[in-house]
Design a protein around this ligand. Structure first.
Ligand code: GDP
Length: 529
């Protein structure tokens, strides 16, 4: 088995995403990673797509203006002997439920922290999602060319706030103007930082042994303090343990500057050396191994295609087992239909063209005319449904008002269908006829309004509403659930899929309810189907 072509292809693959708070440096790191994968020759290429503006005013153009492109959603590039799949996790205005869901389609994640800021709110939220699958996390403390916080304090913060053990692999020597590189703790060598090479591939100079004359000369005045600090670090910090890393209990920590293209190669090496290849996946029926020959995969994201020649939507499929081959027939399990896939998109970053094959761990994009939903499973005929691709509780809510009251049927249908694509959710309160739209990112409200107008000929307005978060309600005790439903009617709703939901006006209210109703489960995620 282990020598089969499929085992070889699977073993080469690393599929990961970057988790970070906006402005920590995700885009900059992505560019440097592509540079290392020879996918681009000069850094700056990824950013420049953002300014590629178009004048049309429909929702696809809106997504385009904000740089949300299908082609940067997944970037595949070779590195050393491996094949890297980097899945984009939109962060600014384009942040959405898809950002969360993408993290259920990767085998590891790279956490990027701004060294001056440390752990920020979005990082915490994204880490919570990674924890659903105990996804292994590699950490990178960025912006060492600026003043950063005390690195020991940063590690403490990672451990305390994110509840994961932090094991430094490198340790920074100074920062800002004094940034001289990093010391590799287990290899006993200094990787020298030289400013001014941010946009090219360069080999860093290595100084062997901290007690060498060369190391002393390089550190100069910083030497004695650094040695002292290092003793403290080596005494107090965890040693890296790959088994704990693979269980999601420990994160190796690297330091550097993405802008200066320093340290990013060490992070990518860590992903190749330590992060897992494509992992097995649970379905309702059985666990699927990546090296099984028949193709299986699930849909984790649906997105507008920006190519004007294909103005459809693209369903992103994470391959869980087997091999995709151009022209093959796939079984769409939910609809029971077989479809011939002649033109799946693949995402090889260098040439970005239709590729002939893809393997477990890779992502392919299927053209979708409305039949594919988030969470759908594709196979070569087997009737299984993958689990672990949840809906996430929205964080923003608006009451939807119609401009033309006679169109309420179209509005409901439109909102329900758009919710099925997975970027928004719709709630129908039990006590009145309001319609409430929920989303994780604010751009989605504009997208929905524009699409309702264009695809359903319905014009709507949004009003603020006093909802803090939603929780799907469940209980093994039917009597208790009934009692709860009667008492909490004012805050109950059903979502687009008919599931009972509690709309909490405040965080405090939710905690109170959880305390008062111990037999009721308030879930922040809900499985599809
Ligand atoms: P994103 O929002 O996480 O994608 O962050 P970006 O990659 O767009 O970076 C945000 C800002 O930080 C940009 O102005 C970058 O040039 C800057 N930046 C990123 N990495 C570094 C770094 O290592 N050092 C410094 N000084 N600035 C950086």
């Amino acid at each position: 088995m282990s020598n089969s072509p499929i085992a070889k292809e699977v073993g080469k693959r690393r599929t990961f995403a970057i988790i970070s708070h906006p402005d920590a440096g995700k885009t900059t790191i992505t560019e440097r990673l592509l540079l290392m994968g020879q996918a681009i020759s000069v850094a700056g290429t990824v950013k420049s797509r953002k300014s590629d503006r178009h004048a049309t005013s429909d929702w696809m153009a809106m997504e385009k203006e904000r740089g949300i492109s299908v082609t940067t959603s997944v970037m595949q590039f070779p590195y050393r002997d491996g094949m890297i799949n980097l899945l984009d996790t939109p962060g600014h205005e384009d942040f959405s439920e898809d950002t969360y869901r993408t993290l259920t389609a990767v085998d590891s994640a790279l956490m990027v922290l701004d060294g001056g800021k440390g752990v920020e709110p979005r990082t915490i939220a994204l880490m919570d999602v990674c924890r659903l699958r105990d996804t292994p996390i590699v950490s990178f403390v960025n912006k060492l060319d600026r003043d950063i916080r005390d690195p020991i304090e940063l590690l403490d913060e990672i451990e305390e706030v994110l509840n994961i053990k932090a094991a430094p692999i490198t340790w920074p020597i100074g920062c800002y103007r004094d940034f001289k590189g990093v010391y590799h703790l287990s290899r006993d060598c200094i990787i020298v930082y030289e400013p001014g090479h941010g946009h090219e591939r360069t080999e860093s100079k290595i100084i062997e042994r901290l007690d060498s004359a060369e190391a002393r000369a390089h550190l100069g005045d910083l030497y004695d303090d650094f040695v002292e600090q290092l003793e403290l670090v080596q005494g107090a910090c965890h040693e890296f343990d790959q088994a704990a890393f693979l269980k999601g209990e420990m994160t190796p920590v690297f330091f550097g500057t993405a802008l200066g293209n320093f340290g990013v190669d060490q992070v990518l090496d860590a992903v190749v050396d330590w992060a897992p290849p494509p992992q097995s996946r649970d379905s309702h029926e059985r666990t699927v191994e990546p090296v099984e020959a028949p193709f299986t995969g699930f849909v984790f994201k649906i997105q507008a295609n920006m190519d004007p020649k294909h103005r459809d939507r693209i369903a992103f499929v994470r391959i869980c087992s087997g091999r995709y081959e151009k022209g093959m027939k796939l079984h769409h399990v939910r609809t029971g239909k077989d479809v011939r896939i002649a033109d799946a998109l693949t995402f090889f970053a260098a040439e970005r063209e239709h590729l002939e094959e893809a393997w477990a761990g890779d992502i392919i994009g299927l053209h979708n005319h409305g039949t594919i939903q988030i969470g759908d499973t594709f196979t070569e005929g087997e009737k299984i449904g993958f689990t672990g691709i949840p809906h996430f509780a929205p964080e923003l809510f608006r009451r939807v008002r119609l401009k033309d009251p006679l169109k309420s049927k179209q509005l409901r249908q439109g909102l329900q269908e758009l919710a099925e694509e997975g970027a928004t959710q719709v709630f129908f309160p039990e006590r009145n006829n309001d319609i409430i739209l929920g989303a994780v990112g604010v751009l989605q409200f504009d997208v929905v309004a524009a699409r309702l107008k264009q695809e359903y000929k319905v014009e709507c307005l949004y009003e603020p509403i006093n909802v803090w978060s939603a929780r799907w309600v469940e209980s093994g005790d039917r009597k208790k659930l009934e009692e709860f439903s009667n008492k909490a009617t004012d805050n109950l709703a059903v979502d687009g899929g008919g599931h009972l939901t509690y709309l909490a006006p405040t965080r405090v209210n939710l905690s109170l309810m959880e305390e008062r109703w111990p037999d009721i489960k308030f879930r922040a995620t809900r499985e599809h189907h």
